[in-house]
Design a binder for this molecule. Structure first.
Ligand code: SAH
Length: 476
């Protein structure tokens, strides 16, 4: 049977895509259905027909799934952020587990029945609200008024929000104050269509244990120096208003603010130039007993409660004896390197962002750690020569990798294979590239076997999931 756009039909939802669309099957066709969850029976209308999937939108829920819950956010079905807010948390976890096993078996070419033997399940979270320590929020003009919001999924349409339920507490107050002061100081808003206007986005970050806050204004201004008195006056008002408001609430935070100049007409958040307006230019936070300085340009995990569980799991999987040499690739501000340093002989961290490497070096001193070193390098340029600049032997026992979603590039894979470590610990935020790289290490002559893996639920209410895998060298 063929289906056409605008056709209405009834569908039983049996699964969910990673973008939070309900999945249904009818007449050998697969349907991806907006606003539907597994267990629902819905009446829907076809919105788009492609060669392998038909997209549809729920018109009415005929019988409600037992997994359906009332979303705790007013813009739940419109904002591109949390796609699973209308799904019970236990069901979210079940879907993430299934998705993990399916992806690793399919793309990684592992036998699914055997894979269960290596799977340690999922570490779940206590705090399902306000878990994000970072908010990145675009500002736009709407009906001649300054507004902010998040992009609706895969569009450039802004969905306004009052209070993001996963953003850190009081971020809503800070965003409103920034918005009021943009209007008060007449700062123009960037228009991505014309490339004109100044104010693009704000990035907020908060230390989980210290409650320190950093505010970064991302501005499209080639003459930022010329307009500095305006930005300083604006920032002073923002900080005064925040302090007033938070002290009414009985809260006290040390705040630092910076400008990042981004004059590029693209989707990259940060430009190259950073200017500190007030405070020390970074925040401090701690995970376990390790303290970290974090600059706005540096990567830092967004969910620290779960990051601690993740890092503890790395130590558990690595089973360090104390004499290991460790290579930590994609090390950011040295978070993992410094977390494991006291359990090993030495760690070398490699990271592409120079500010993050600067933070990592500072953090080494901050924690009086003497056996961790860092280099600023693109991992795809790793070779024996540039590693030897800071280490004269390449006898690494354990390699930890924590790459971005794209996973490991061919050069990095080959480098790890060449240095032949006994153990590889792969931390991943993307199941498909993790599976692809596990296939490289474990099959077709790869000298490793998958020993264990597990998920860490860093991003509740989204289909995103963090995974840690332990590989052992097959000796001989
Ligand atoms: N392990 C760290 C950071 C993980 S995020 C933590 O847990 O906090 C991935 C990091 O890889 C980011 O800091 C990013 O800047 C860095 N990165 C991305 N591409 C890279 C490359 N080609 N070479 C080196 N580092 C890279």
């Amino acid at each position: 049977m063929s289906y056409n756009k605008n056709q209405k039909l009834e569908l039983d939802i049996i699964d969910m895509t990673k973008d939070g669309l309900g999945v249904a099957k009818k007449d050998s066709q697969v349907f991806f259905v907006k606003d539907a969850v597994p267990g629902d029976k819905v009446s829907a209308v076809v919105t788009k027909v492609t060669s392998n999937v038909i997209y549809a939108k729920t018109l009415d829920v005929i019988s409600k799934s037992k997994y359906r819950v009332e979303p705790m956010c007013k813009v739940a079905n419109r904002c591109g952020g949390c796609k699973l807010l209308n799904l019970d948390y236990d069901k979210q976890i079940e879907l993430k587990k299934e998705n993990t096993l399916n992806t690793i078996s399919k793309i990684g070419k592992f036998d699914k029945d055997l894979l269960h033997n290596y799977y340690d399940g999922i570490l779940t979270i206590e705090t399902k609200k306000n878990y994000r320590n970072k908010m990145q929020v675009p500002f736009v003009m709407k009906n001649e008024e300054v507004v902010y919001g998040f992009y609706a999924g895969r569009t450039h349409h802004i969905v306004e929000f009052d209070n993001c339920v996963v953003g850190f507490k009081y971020s809503d107050i800070i965003l409103k104050i920034i918005k009021e002061n943009i209007a008060k100081h007449n700062i123009s808003i960037y228009d991505e269509n014309t490339g004109e206007g100044v104010f693009r986005e704000v990035m907020l970050r908060k230390g989980n244990s210290t409650h320190e806050i950093s505010i970064t204004y991302i501005l499209n201004d080639k003459n930022v120096d010329k307009h500095m008195s305006l930005y300083q006056a604006f920032d002073t008002d923002v900080l005064t208003d925040i302090k007033d408001k938070l002290s009414h609430l009985g809260k006290d935070s040390s705040i630092t603010s910076t400008i990042n100049v981004n004059t590029g007409n693209n989707n990259v958040l940060f430009g190259k130039e950073n200017i500190v307006l007030s405070g020390k230019g970074h925040i401090e936070d701690s995970i376990g007993t390790i303290r970290y300085h974090i600059s706005p340009e540096s990567f830092y995990q967004v969910n620290i409660e779960m990051t601690k569980k993740l890092y503890d799991k790395i130590i558990d999987y690595a089973d360090f004896k104390g004499n290991e040499k460790v290579l930590d690739l994609y090390c950011g501000i040295g978070t993992i390197s410094l977390y494991v340093a006291r359990n090993v002989k030495s760690v070398l961290g490699v990271e592409i962002v120079d500010k993050a490497v600067e933070n990592a070096k500072e953090n080494t001193k901050l924690n009086s750690i003497t056996n961790a070193h860092f280099i600023c390098l693109d991992t795809s340029k790793l070779d024996t020569e540039n590693i030897k600049k800071c280490d004269n032997t390449l006898d690494y026992d354990t390699v930890i990798v924590d790459p971005p979603r794209s996973g490991l590039d061919g050069r990095t894979l080959d480098f790890i294979k060449d240095i032949d470590p006994e153990k590889i610990i792969y931390v991943s935020c993307d199941l498909a590239t993790l599976a692809r790289d596990l296939d490289y290490f474990c099959h077709n002559g790869g000298k490793y076997s998958l020993k264990k893996f597990l998920n860490v639920d860093m991003f509740p209410h989204t289909m995103h999931i963090e995974t840690v895998a332990l590989l052992h060298h097959i000796l001989g």
